[in-house]
Design a binder for this molecule. Structure first.
Ligand code: AKG
Ligand code: FE2
Length: 364
C-alpha cells in the first residue's frame, strides 16, 4: 500500500513513561519515522520555563545593535559559529532570507596540525557580551543541555521502534570523546523588502535528529510529502518538531526518512518569524558505509510499502554514503556559507566555488 501524508503526526512523550503506553508510543514513532520523517513531540522533558525564556530572548538577540552582532560574525569562526546577516546564506544555490546566530553545545577544540581539517569544525561558540544580553548564554546552555539529553534518549526510542537494542546507536557518538551539537536562533523577516520569499530553501538536515522549537506563532515551515506537495507544519505551543537528518536515514537504509523541508517568509506587513533548531551530530571520523545495523526482514518490509520514489526538491548531504561524517558536515557548511569557507578553508572553497565567491551561489 502506498503511503503518503497530509499532516504531521503529534506524539506524546509522556506515553514513554508507562510500559503499556510506551509500546503505543513506539508504534506511532515507527509509523512517523518510516512514512513521514517529521513529527511533533508534545510534553517533552525540557523545562517549560527554559523554553519560554529562550523564546523570549530570540527577538532581543536580533535587536542588539548591529555592532554587537558584527562583533561575533560567523566570518571570525572556523567552526562556522556566530552571526550571519540577512542574505548571506545559500541553500540549493539561492539566497536565504534569514538572519541567524549559529550556536553549539560546549566543546574544546581537538584538532591538531596534520589531522583532518574537518575536526576544526568543532570548537567554542561565539556568544554576545554578557552585559549586552544578560543571562542569555546561561539560559541557552541550560536549554541546549536538556535538548541534548532528550536527543540521546530519543535515538534510543528510535532504535527500539525498529526492534533494536536502545544502546545500539551509542557508537555513533561515543568515539574520540564527546560530540558537539549545533543549534541556531533564526529570524525570518516579513516579505516587505525582500527579493524572494525563500526563508530557507528546500533541504535535508545533516546528522541524526533535529529538534526544532518554533518560537513565534507564524506559519512558514513546510514539509514535502511523497507526491512532492508542500504540507504546512504550523507551530504547536509546547511541542518540538522532530525530523530525521540524512546521516540517520543513511544508517537505517532509509527506514527513518530524511524529509525535504523549507521555510517561506512571513507575508508583507507581518511581524518576523523566529525559530530555534537543535541539530544532533555524530562523531566526525565515522564513515557510515562501514557501519551495518541489522534490521529484521519484517521491519525492512515496512519501508518497502512506502512509495519507492518519493518526489523531493532537496539534494544535499548525499555524501554520507562515501565520506567521513565530519567531511560531509564541512561540505554542507562550505556550500551554505562560502564567504566563511573562503577565509578558513580556502582549498575546499575552491573545489566548490572555482570561480570565486558567488553573487548568488550555485554550488548545488
Ligand atoms: O526555521 C525553521 O522552522 C526550520 C529551519 C531549518 O529547517 C534549518 O535551519 O535547517
Ligand atoms: Fe532544516
Amino acid at each position: 500500500m502506498a503511503s503518503n501524508f497530509s499532516s504531521i503526526p503529534v506524539l506524546d512523550y509522556s506515553l514513554t513513561k508507562g510500559s503499556k503506553t510506551k509500546q503505543e508510543f513506539l508504534s506511532q514513532l515507527r509509523h512517523a519515522l518510516i512514512n513521514v520523517g517529521f513529527l511533533y513531540l508534545s510534553n517533552p522533558p525540557v523545562a517549560r520555563e527554559d523554553v519560554d525564556a529562550v523564546i523570549d530572548y530570540a527577538p532581543k538577540l536580533f535587536d542588539l545593535p548591529q555592532e554587537a552582532k558584527d562583533k561575533i560574525s560567523m566570518l571570525n569562526s572556523e567552526c562556522f559559529f556566530g552571526y550571519t546577516k540577512l542574505g548571506a546564506e545559500i541553500t540549493k544555490g539561492q539566497t536565504d532570507q534569514r538572519e541567524q546566530f549559529d550556536l553549539a553545545t560546549p566543546y574544546e577544540s581537538r584538532w591538531k596540525p596534520g589531522e583532518p581539517e574537518y575536526l576544526r569544525l568543532w570548537g567554542p561558540a561565539q556568544w554576545p557580551d554578557e552585559d549586552a544580553l544578560p543571562g542569555f548564554k546561561d539560559t541557552m546552555l541550560r536549554y541546549l543541555a536538556q535538548v541534548e539529553a532528550l536527543s540521546y534518549e530519543f535515538i534510543g526510542l528510535l532504535a527500539e521502534a525498529f526492534s533494536l537494542s536502545p544502546d545500539v546507536m551509542k557508537g555513533f557518538y561515543e568515539q574520540d570523546g564527546p560530540t558537539q551539537h549545533r543549534a541556531k536562533v533564526v529570524k525570518y523577516p516579513a516579505l516587505d523588502n525582500l527579493s524572494s520569499n525563500q526563508g530557507v530553501g528546500p533541504h535535508f538536515d545533516g546528522g541524526f535528529l533535529t529538534f526544532l522549537l518554533q518560537a513565534s506563532p507564524h506559519l512558514g515551515l513546510q514539509v514535502q510529502n511523497l507526491s512532492g506537495e508542500w504540507i504546512d507544519a504550523p507551530p504547536i505551543p509546547g511541542t518540538f518538531v522532530v525530523n530525521i537528518g540524512k546521516a540517520l536515514e543513511t544508517v537505517t537504509y532509509g527506514l527513518a526518512r530524511a524529509t525535504s523541508h523549507r521555510v517561506l517568509s512571513p507575508p508583507k506587513g507581518s511581524t518576523p518569524r523566529y525559530s530555534i533548531p537543535f541539530f544532533q551530530n555524530i562523531a566526525q571520523r565515522i564513515s557510515l558505509k562501514d557501519i551495518k545495523l541489522q534490521f529484521s526482514p519484517e521491519i525492512l518490509k515496512l519501508a518497502e510499502q512506502r512509495t519507492a520514489n518519493g518526489k523531493v526538491d532537496s539534494v544535499n548531504y548525499g555524501e554520507y554514503g562515501q565520506l567521513p561524517s565530519g567531511q560531509v558536515g564541512l561540505i554542507g557548511r562550505v556550500k551554505s556559507h562560502p564567504d566563511v569557507a573562503q577565509r578558513h578553508y580556502p582549498d575546499v572553497f575552491k573545489q566548490f566555488f572555482p570561480h570565486g565567491l558567488p553573487a548568488q551561489g550555485s554550488a548545488y
